[in-house]
Structures are given as structure tokens and as C-alpha cells.
Design a protein around this ligand. Structure first.
Ligand SMILES: Cc1cc2nc3c(=O)[nH]c(=O)nc-3n(C[C@H](O)[C@H](O)[C@H](O)COP(=O)(O)OP(=O)(O)OC[C@H]3O[C@@H](n4cnc5c(N)ncnc54)[C@H](O)[C@@H]3O)c2cc1C
Length: 443
């Protein structure tokens, strides 16, 4: 019997996720430790898998559904990001986040659909995840950044989206730092404590979903029309499988899948004391992304910590080294010191990385594969809002529903395949290096 799907890369620790660490300890995980049967199994407990499992359960309340996660839900990438549910165009491969009017409008429609779905679950179940509908600031540090923001503003005007310009003094009043020369405020973005959200979404799934953690699927065989999923200590038999493993499903370098595991990194400070909070000034909580997509994302959290994200690295092995983490921490410290000279002595307590799943043409995988497995993978850096939508919509598609957004995802470009390795590795790493170098002052 040949396996129809073998899993070759699994989540690694990749540093210490500050969002997860600052939560109370998680209840013990339930693992796959015997043989069980389900109608549906969703693989991957990130935002995409969580939304897929929820939507399947809502639409098919009599079906039995398993959600299986290799690590703990909330500890992997969906729980280790910067927590921006971005509603607006956000093509990180473009210099100003925007694309064409039609593509931008389609992105906004899809992303808001995902945000609305998750927000309603948060409200319905009272999930404590610091959900805020406070918008975000796109800040620039020089003329080049300002020009990029002006392009972005033009793009927003073309699709009738509101925004507001802030001068140096106004953005300084928000952030407490004089580092930024101006900013564009857009009101539609929501922010969260991502690990708390993922845990909360898992804990409030409908009762026909059974969650297994610390349970990595190793391979899937087909036996008499049933999918047999093998784990280290058990197996699941399932009529249907939905694959939501994002970067862990990437097969690249000459292979048609075209998904690229590109890491990005974040650090979180310790909690600031009253004197440090006074020295910083500004408002209690804000969320800021850089004018150049390769610059630094910064959030001040309601918990009196600051979180900084920057730096990208192509890591086909799906794990980072100690030296990757040390390098990221050094870059974060430099970015922090440049922005917050008044916070000397506020250490970065946690540093971690996580894989994004990019593609050369911003394409993603959505639909039913030739082997009958459903898939929703390829976050392109924006998994919180796009993954929410893709997860919800793959469940609708798999249950035979059709609507405009399902059709939009079915018609999106397939990720462009890259040349064979190691040419692909060199090309991707070189592209990242050039983009980071040109981001310069925004880092
Ligand atoms: C530092 C950082 C900052 C970021 N900031 C933002 C942001 O502000 N906003 C935003 O939208 N995005 C952000 N991202 C990207 C975002 O985190 C991803 O787009 C998002 O996590 C994708 O969700 P997903 O569910 O599709 O995939 P993932 O979150 O990667 O989930 C896939 C899951 O599959 C599991 N898995 C893999 N293989 C197996 C297996 N064999 N068996 C069982 N389970 C398996 C993995 O453990 C993982 O939990 C950031 C990422 C990082 C690293």
C-alpha cells in the first residue's frame, strides 16, 4: 500500500513564544493514543484549521470531527504572530502593500469576512484575548517611507477606504517616541493576544469537534475508501481530510506546490514598571506597522510590554538555529533602542521565530486535491484574516456550498513553482536580503 501523503517536517521549538509564556499554564493535552474513527479530520490547529473545524461543525452538527495539532494550540505560528487582523490590502511583496483596484477590493472583502467570523466567535463565547477594534498606524521614518505611504493612501482612496494622516507630533503623542516622521491611520484593523485567541477558539469549538494536541500526523494511507492517518501512538480513520498545515505543507524547489517557508521573528519585553511607563508616555496600547513591509512591526500591549517584529529568513528545513534567534534578538534590540531611548534597561524577555508560508506570486492553495484531500494553505504573511476566511470557506466548499468568496479562492492564482534547489534557495534568500537592505531605516 503506498501512502497518499507523507509528512516530512514538523513544528520545532523555534525560540520561546512570549504570548504563550505570558498566559496561565494550559490544561493537559489530549493526544491520539488509540484507533478512532471520525467523519472529518482537520490537520493543523492554527487559525485556518480552527476556523475550518468550527465551520464544519456548525454546518454539519451531526458529523464527528477531529482537529489534530502536532504541538499545543496557541504555541505554534498562529499563536506567535504580532496579532494584527489586517482588513486592508497587505501584499508584503509590494513596496506599498497595494496591488490593482480589483485585487485590493477582493482582498478586503475576503479579509473582513474572516475577521467578522472570528470576532463573532470571540464575542459569542467571551474569549479573553484582548481583542481590540482600534485600527493600526502605518508609520514612516523618512521621505522614502512617506512616499510609500502616499502610494498606499492613493490605493485606499481608489477603493474608497478611509484613512487619516498624522504628522510627527501626532504619531509621537500616540507612541511616546519621536522616531516616526508621520503615519497613516486606518481604522479597520483588529488586534489580539494571538496565543490566547487560539486557545480560546479551541476551547469553545462545538461539541462535535474533538481536539487532539501533541499529535503529529506522520502519513495518510487510503484503505477501502477511508483515510488512515498514522500518529506515533495511534491512528485515526476518517472519511474526509482537510489539510491546514500552511508552511509545513510546503514542497519547493522545482516541485509544483510552490509554497515557501520563510521565517520571521519577534521579541517581547518584560513588563515595564511605573517609572518606565511614565518615561515612555504615549497611549496605553497601539499597533504600528512599517511603511516598508520589510521594516519593523511594533505593538505596545495593554499588559505594559512592547513587542517588536522584524527580519525574514528562508528556512526550508522548517526550523531555526540558536544563531538565527541570537541574530534576530540583536536586530530587535537595535530596533527597540532606536525607537525607545528613554527605555534603557527594559530587556527583551522572549525571542522567537515562526514560519510564514509565502509564494512568488502571492498565490495560495485552496480546494480539493487529486487525492481527494481538501486543503487551505499559503497565508502569504497574513494568515490571521486570510486564514480565518480560508478555513471557514474550505469547510463550506467541502460540504458542497458555493458562494462568491469560495469562487474567489478557487480562482486565485496557484503558487508559482520555483527553479530546482539550490538555485531556489539562493534566489529566495537573495531577494529577502535585497529587500531588507533597502528597508534600512525602517528596521
Ligand atoms: C513573528 C510573526 C509575526 C506575524 N504577524 C502576523 C500578523 O500580525 N498578522 C497576520 O495575519 N499574520 C502574521 N503572521 C503570520 C501568521 O502567524 C500566519 O499567517 C498564520 O499563523 C497562518 O495560520 P495557519 O493556521 O494557516 O498556519 P499555522 O499557524 O502555521 O498552523 C499550521 C498548524 O499545523 C500544525 N501541523 C503541521 N504539521 C502537522 C502535522 N503533521 N500534524 C498535525 N499538525 C501539524 C502546526 O503545528 C501548526 O500549528 C506572523 C508570523 C510570525 C511568525
Amino acid at each position: 500500500m503506498t501512502s497518499k501523503l507523507e509528512f516530512v517536517r514538523f513544528p520545532a521549538p523555534d525560540g520561546v513564544n512570549g504570548w504563550w509564556e505570558s498566559l496561565p499554564p494550559a490544561p493537559p493535552a489530549q493526544t491520539v493514543s488509540s484507533e478512532r474513527s471520525y467523519d472529518w479530520v482537520v490537520i493543523g490547529g492554527g487559525i485556518t484549521g480552527l476556523c475550518a473545524a468550527r465551520r464544519l461543525a456548525e454546518l454539519a452538527p451531526d458529523a464527528s470531527i477531529a482537529l489534530v495539532e502536532a504541538d499545543r494550540i496557541g504555541r505554534t505560528t498562529a499563536g506567535r504572530n504580532s496579532g494584527f487582523f489586517v482588513d486592508l490590502p497587505h501584499d508584503i511583496s509590494s513596496e506599498s502593500y497595494s496591488r490593482s483596484v480589483e485585487a485590493d477590493k477582493a482582498d478586503v472583502r475576503l479579509q473582513r469576512h474572516g475577521i467578522d467570523y472570528v470576532r463573532s466567535a470571540v464575542r459569542q463565547h467571551g474569549i479573553e484575548c484582548d481583542w481590540r477594534d482600534d485600527g493600526k498606524f502605518h508609520a514612516s521614518v523618512n521621505k522614502k517611507g512617506h512616499t510609500a505611504l502616499a502610494h498606499f493612501a492613493d490605493g485606499l482612496s481608489r477603493i474608497d477606504e478611509p484613512f487619516e494622516w498624522l504628522d510627527e507630533a501626532a504619531i509621537g503623542k500616540v507612541t511616546g517616541t519621536s522616531f516616526y516622521e508621520g503615519a497613516l491611520f486606518t481604522p479597520g484593523c483588529s488586534t489580539v493576544q494571538p496565543a490566547a485567541l487560539m486557545r480560546g477558539l479551541a476551547a469553545t469549538l462545538p461539541s462535535n469537534v474533538k481536539v487532539f494536541e501533541l499529535s503529529a500526523v506522520r502519513k495518510i494511507d487510503q484503505r477501502g475508501g477511508v483515510n488512515v492517518l498514522e500518529f506515533a501512538a495511534g491512528r485515526i480513520l476518517a472519511k474526509q481530510v482537510v489539510l491546514c498545515t500552511n508552511a509545513y505543507g510546503a514542497t519547493f524547489g522545482g516541485h509544483p506546490n510552490g509554497l515557501l517557508p520563510v521565517y520571521t521573528f519577534a521579541s517581547m519585553t518584560r513588563v515595564m514598571n511605573q517609572d518606565e511607563i511614565r518615561r515612555l508616555g504615549g497611549t496605553r496600547s497601539w499597533a504600528l506597522i512599517p511603511a516598508d513591509p520589510m521594516g519593523s512591526t511594533v505593538r505596545r500591549l495593554g499588559t505594559d510590554r512592547i513587542c517588536v517584529r522584524n527580519h525574514f529568513a528562508f528556512r526550508p528545513s522548517l526550523e531555526v538555529s540558536e544563531s538565527d534567534l541570537a541574530n534576530a534578538k540583536r536586530l530587535h534590540q537595535r530596533s527597540f533602542d532606536r525607537r525607545f531611548p528613554m527605555l534603557k534597561g527594559v530587556e527583551l524577555e522572549y525571542t522567537w521565530g515562526g514560519p510564514l508560508c509565502l509564494s512568488a506570486n502571492n498565490g495560495a492553495l485552496f480546494g480539493r486535491r487529486d487525492d481527494g484531500v481538501y486543503e487551505a494553505m499559503g497565508c502569504n504573511g497574513l494568515g490571521l484574516s486570510r486564514g480565518s476566511a480560508a478555513g471557514k470557506l474550505i469547510a463550506e466548499y467541502a460540504l458542497g456550498e458555493s458562494n462568491d468568496l469560495v469562487r474567489q479562492l478557487l480562482n486565485q492564482p496557484h503558487p508559482r513553482s520555483l527553479p530546482v534547489r539550490p538555485i531556489a534557495d539562493i534566489a529566495v534568500s537573495a531577494a529577502i536580503w535585497v529587500k531588507e537592505f533597502t528597508a534600512g531605516a525602517e528596521l
